[in-house]
Design a protein around this ligand. Structure first.
Ligand SMILES: Nc1ncnc2c1ncn2[C@@H]1O[C@H](COP(=O)(O)OP(=O)(O)OP(=O)(O)O)[C@@H](O)[C@H]1O
Ligand SMILES: [Mg+2]
Length: 264
């Protein structure tokens, strides 16, 4: 579990995150949602230690990141897998080389153990037979899979994904979401995903934190989002006619089907 308590971050006197509280649960797909510019990436970068907030606490299973010394930060980094906005693969490395990279850098495995692990991760993301291809030779969806394989290579306890679906078609986006969700549950990872993709919100939003203009505005899950009376959230989630219709359908269905165990 990751706990964020009263995190405030400013740049040049302009406050971007205002006293943000949030909890990201173990073994769940935790989503940070919000409009472009709301502060999702700044929050995620603060979580992984790439940015230093002026105020607040970030606790990784009780360990306070901001109170850590260099060695402790290094230890924590080894427990973290990251997927940056865009897949950020190394263009001059092959698919296999990309997945081997964190193992070579951070693990104490023998070379053959590293190869086994890299192949295992590539198989886990359904990418077999692409070992020797370069990122430019594979599709965007495949690049994301490589990035996921690389992010899970070190068997992370925490996985951070900044807009994992950006640039993908809707069908491929859903496949990537399902993969992230499966991996999260299978390995009991605390996964945090930044997104403004409504399919993701409604598909894998087990724990959703809504950020609005740098404030933590709402917390809930994908079933609660249909019934929220939070105006800013409604405006954000149901901005399009399509999602408005989905909500009407779900709410109407809930009205006609009482919760189980309840007699009519
Ligand atoms: N290093 C920085 N220096 C100054 N301002 C920054 C820096 N990083 C982010 N900001 C500002 O913080 C605000 C929030 O940016 P952030 O990248 O977190 O938004 P976001 O919610 O991730 O948006 P998107 O959905 O477009 O990725 C923006 O106004 C941005 O200009
Ligand atoms: Mg962002």
């Amino acid at each position: 579990m990751i706990e964020v308590k009263g995190v405030t971050k400013s740049f040049d006197g302009k406050t971007i995150l205002h006293d943000v509280d949030a909890t990201f649960q173990t073994g769940k797909t935790n989503l940070i949602i919000g409009q472009s510019g709301s502060g999702k990436t700044v929050l995620m970068k603060s979580l992984v230690g790439l940015l230093k907030p002026e105020k607040g606490q970030i606790l990784f299973d009780g360990r306070d990141v901001m109170a850590m010394n260099g060695d402790q930060v290094k230890q924590l980094r080894e427990e973290i897998g990251m997927l940056f906005q865009g897949s950020a693969l190394f263009d001059s490395e092959t698919v296999l080389g990309n997945v081997m990279f964190p193992l070579i850098m951070f693990s104490r495995m023998t070379y053959s153990e590293m190869l086994d692990r890299a192949h295992f991760c590539l198989e886990r993301v359904n990418l077999k037979g692409a070992d020797n291809k370069y990122p430019s030779e594979i599709s965007g969806g495949m690049q994301k899979r490589v990035a996921i394989a690389r992010a899970i290579a070190l068997n992370p306890k925490y996985l951070f994904c900044d807009e994992p679906n950006s640039g993908l078609d809707p069908k491929t986006s859903i496949l990537i979401d399902e993969l992230l969700s499966d991996i999260t549950h299978e390995y009991n990872i605390t996964t945090v995903i930044n997104t403004h993709d409504m399919n993701s919100v409604l598909g894998i939003g087990e724990n959703i934190v809504f950020i609005n203009k740098g404030y933590r505005e709402w917390v809930g899950d994908m079933s609660q989002i249909y019934n929220t009376d939070n105006e800013a959230l409604n405006h954000f989630v149901f901005a399009t006619d399509l999602f408005q219709k989905v909500r009407e359908y779900v709410v109407d269905n809930e009205r006609r089907t009482p919760p189980s165990g309840q007699s009519r």
